[in-house]
Design a binder for this molecule. Structure first.
Ligand SMILES: Cc1cc2nc3c(=O)[nH]c(=O)nc-3n(C[C@H](O)[C@H](O)[C@H](O)COP(=O)(O)OP(=O)(O)OC[C@H]3O[C@@H](n4cnc5c(N)ncnc54)[C@H](O)[C@@H]3O)c2cc1C
Length: 274
């Protein structure tokens, strides 16, 4: 990363994809490449508005441009959603831990995500398929509230063409004016489709806290090992590198020890699902 963690690298938004009513992907060209490892996060800033942590949703094999997928939830993200092609945006980082790809090599990998939690998981998935020969298989289970809330719709068919990839989607409900021919139910219902050996397979989970909690509990019931379940923890954080202490999880800092933690490392800490 940068030697100076406070240094903001300016970038230009060169494209915007409206993924769902509340979520859009900004495609950013920074003034200089920003190498990162999949799972790490950056701090994104708008002048005179503020700054917040977000995870790149693009492959870590690409560093001259970066996708960031952002849900509108409040003041900062509302302003980010008002940006247009050609606008400037600042990037600090990258910060924090990444997904341990070396531990995934040669394995059947399970990815479970919901809502905007699919942002870092898209980065992971695109990074994995860049070197698909290294992995035995990838089962990617994705949840959304309704069909119109599904992310990365334009990529689904392409992702399903990989023989080693099983990509399944579910939605919580199907409003009468929307069409859907895939599963209906919360993200964890897709776990019954998992055919890989839980004892030896790594699993990666990211999504709303309630999904992370029940997803992890269900994975444990299926026989996945605590140390093989990787969680992306989205605690409230500001500085990004362990100075402001907003993101402590017990004795860990979500920003510098995480955001990616094996469940075994944080399972005894209080309030990890809040
Ligand atoms: C490591 C990490 C990666 C993240 N990656 C993404 C991502 O890829 N896409 C995405 O849409 N969101 C991501 N988030 C969440 C994102 O940072 C917040 O939604 C955003 O900062 C909210 O700012 P706001 O002013 O719009 O909302 P606010 O009105 O301030 O708050 C809305 C919600 O966002 C939470 N929030 C506010 N400030 C922060 C903060 N500094 N850190 C974390 N949460 C905050 C609040 O607790 C509240 O639940 C990530 C958070 C973390 C910690």
């Amino acid at each position: 990363m940068n030697n100076n963690p406070y240094k903001v690298i300016p970038g230009e938004i060169y494209d915007i994809v409206q993924e769902s009513p509340l979520i859009r992907t900004l495609r950013i060209r920074p003034e200089r490449p920003i190498p990162f490892k999949t799972g790490q996060f950056i701090e994104l800033s708008l002048p005179d508005i503020g700054e917040g942590p977000f995870t790149p949703s693009s492959s870590h094999f690409i560093s001259d441009v970066m996708d960031v997928t952002i849900m509108k939830t409040g003041f900062l993200t509302d302003h980010i959603h008002q940006t247009k092609k050609g606008d400037r945006i600042g990037i600090r980082g990258p910060f924090g831990s990444n997904y341990p790809l070396d531990k995934f090599a040669g394995k059947d990998l399970l990815i479970l995500g919901g809502g905007c939690g699919l942002a870092p998981l898209r980065s992971l998935f695109l990074t994995l398929i860049h070197e698909i020969e290294k992995y035995k298989s990838i089962t990617f289970l994705a949840g959304a509230k309704s069909p119109k809330d599904c992310l990365f719709k334009e990529s689904v068919e392409e992702w399903r063409r990989y023989s080693k990839v099983k990509f399944l989607r579910t939605v919580d409900e199907v409003p009468s004016d929307e069409k859907w021919s895939e599963t209906v139910g919360v993200a964890t219902v897709l776990l019954k489709e998992v055919k890989i050996d839980p004892k030896t397979s790594p699993a990666v989970v990211c999504g709303p806290p309630i999904m992370m909690k029940y997803g992890t509990m269900d994975l444990l019931k299926l026989g996945f090992r605590e140390e093989n379940i990787y969680l992306s923890m989205e605690k409230k954080m500001y500085c990004g590198f362990g100075q402001c202490r907003h993101c402590v999880i017990g004795e860990h800092y979500a920003c510098k020890d995480g955001p990616v933690f094996p469940y075994s490392q944080i399972k005894n800490e209080e309030d990890i699902w809040e």
